[in-house]
Design a protein around this ligand. Structure first.
Ligand code: NAD
Length: 541
């Protein structure tokens, strides 16, 4: 294969564009948004490199205007799952035989296409289909996805360079083989970057993939496949299907050549898939790898020494950016009595200035939640809090579904640390606050650690170093990503490897070497230069 030990290009995080009002970059992005909004997209599945259309057209409507359809996709059935698996397996031998530099070049090229000619398109598709404002689209579908693609190439070469020692007369090596069989990627609606990274990183490591994106993310998923095709990804390496999640999982996870699941989504769905894998364990040719990043109920713990403005800002950004639809969103806060009035006043003042509406107007900070189900779920939590004796809505609480699925930034205060909105994942712009008496700092740390099943992200706000250290120790297992004096969202590839444990996932840290290690199976090779010719060891005389 390769006749050189090539060095990959130096890698840094993709700079985030500011989209300042009146700038050329914001004009260009909004123009692309308007163009795509009017065009009616036609989105086929991609199986074996071919566009696959069916007679089942599913209309795409935008969360910010549910009466506006911007196109449709073709829904498949179980015959398409079969052909996606067959196409993946047919592509395997050739893809596996390709040198790593060739694979790397495809994904590096995809990153450059996204950073340049496709940047507006992937951002606009994410704004229209998933209701992200310009900044949220930029940090996700452009920058984070580009970072995943580039950093993974560097992580892959770091892994390949990780080699065992050799004693005199012997050469020991390891090689990082792709998994035998095919891999399955199942991705969520809320991050275009995650949805692209899950299949792409497995393919980078030499695997072939069946990818089922969320039906609420097909518009930007199409752009991902367009980019990968233009970057030169061979047919059949990643096969994108639009099929029913449960039925697809039942079929894929029963296949003898199923080799690995890369999932991001809700806890319940992942647990169901893990169970299916357990039930099928006797069918497989190898033990499958199972990676799942799942739900969260992310905390902000505030010490009496904290800075009030920093806390309020961390909460407003952490809880309400992208309408709270980040797995890492701040959704429960524990605030000392001595600071509460001040924190509340600053939050109220900030929230009053937040504009809500379509991402087409870049001055809107909050956009629509993803769909009717999500809207109804948020509405339910708000209505029940309004009626509860141990909770009340203290900021926001309005919702409006006339045009789009709009829920206003809402803060619930509860006196009950087990109240539903402070322990359950809502996935909407709703923050619940529990006010504790200052002297109950240690008890409250225990509460933060034990009151939910999740352990994804969390923050401590304090100026007192002893308090930071106490929280750091007491909350060791309460989050996979721990922030000090910062909001619990916004992990950057290469800087804060992301993932959580407990019911939040297998913590295999997307965007790191640790994750890539799950998609390879190591072969150890020992070569002896001068082989012994007699079985007798010296001790035998
Ligand atoms: P979801 O679980 O509803 O869907 C995820 C994917 O699973 C989709 O492709 C969906 O079609 C598919 N699916 C749905 N039901 C299925 C079933 N029964 N069997 C197999 N597949 C099925 O999640 P979502 O609403 O798209 O995303 C939000 C969830 O994802 C939240 O819980 C959030 O916390 C989580 N999330 C976690 C992370 C993380 O890194 N921990 C990141 C993003 C999102």
């Amino acid at each position: 294969m390769s006749k050189a030990i090539s060095r990959v290009p130096a890698i840094a995080n993709e700079p985030v564009k500011s989209y300042a009002p009146g700038s050329d970059e914001v004009k260009s992005l909004i123009a692309t948004y308007k163009k795509l909004w009017k065009e009616k997209a036609e989105i086929p599945m991609i199986i074996g490199g071919k566009e696959v259309k069916t007679d089942k057209k599913i209309q795409l409507s935008s969360p910010q205007d549910h009466q506006h359809d911007f196109g449709f996709y073709y829904e498949g059935d179980m015959s398409h799952v079969d052909s996606a698996i067959e196409s993946a397996l047919a592509a395997k031998a050739k893809w596996n035989a390709l040198g790593w530099e060739q694979r790397a070049a495809i994904f590096l090229k995809a990153a450059d296409l996204l950073a340049g000619p496709y940047r507006d398109t992937i951002n606009a598709a994410t704004m229209i289909g998933q209701s992200k404002n310009v900044h949220q689209a930029e940090i996700d579908s452009a920058c984070e996805f580009i970072d995943f693609l580039r950093f993974n190439v560097e992580f892959m070469t770091d892994l390949y360079a990780d080699q065992p020692i050799s004693e005199k007369g012997i050469w020991n090596r390891v090689e990082y083989r792709p998994l035998e069989g095919f891999c399955f990627a199942v991705t969520p609606f809320n991050f275009t970057a995650i949805s692209g990274n899950l299949p792409a990183c497995m393919a980078l490591m030499g695997n072939v993939v069946v990818w089922k994106p969320s039906d609420k993310q097909v518009f930007s998923a199409k752009v991902i496949m367009d980019v990968l095709k233009e970057a030169g990804l061979p047919d059949g390496v990643i096969n994108m299907i639009f099929t029913d999640g449960k039925e697809t999982a039942e079929k894929v996870l029963a296949h003898p050549d199923f080799a690995g699941l890369h999932f991001t989504g809700s806890t319940k769905v992942f647990q169901g898939m893990w169970k299916m894998i357990g039930d099928n364990i006797h069918n497989y040719k190898s033990y499958p790898r199972i990676v799942g990043e799942t739900g969260g109920k992310d905390f902000v713990m505030v010490h009496p020494s904290a800075n009030v403005e920093a806390v309020a800002t961390g909460l407003v950004r952490g809880a309400f950016e992208y309408q709270g639809q980040k797995c890492s969103a701040a959704s429960r806060a524990y605030i000392p009595r001595s600071l509460w009035d001040d924190v509340k006043a600053v939050m109220e003042a900030q929230i009053k200035t937040i504009k809500i509406g379509s991402p087409e107007d870049p001055s809107n900070f909050v956009n629509a939640v993803i769909d009717k189900n999500s809207f109804e779920k948020c509405k339910g939590y708000i209505d029940r809090a309004n009626a509860a004796s141990d909770a009340s809505v203290i900021i926001g609480g309005q919702y409006d579904d006339k045009k789009g699925w709009f829920v206003h930034p809402t803060v619930i205060e509860t006196s009950n640390p087990s109240y539903e909105s402070i322990v359950e994942e809502i996935f909407g712009p709703i923050l619940t606050v529990y006010v504790y008496e200052d002297e109950k700092w240690n008890d409250t740390l225990k509460l933060v650690d034990t009151s939910t099943q999740y352990s994804l992200t969390g923050s401590i706000f304090a100026q007192d170093r002893y308090a930071i250290d106490e929280a750091y120790k007491a909350l060791e297992n309460a989050s996979g990503n721990f922030y000090i004096n910062d909001k619990p969202t916004g992990a950057v590839v290469g800087q804060q490897p992301f993932g959580g444990s407990r019911a939040s996932g297998t913590n295999d840290k997307a965007g790191s070497k640790m994750n890539l290690l799950r998609w390879v199976s190591v072969r150890s090779i020992k070569e002896t230069f001068v082989s012994p010719k007699d079985y007798k060891y010296p001790y035998l005389g």
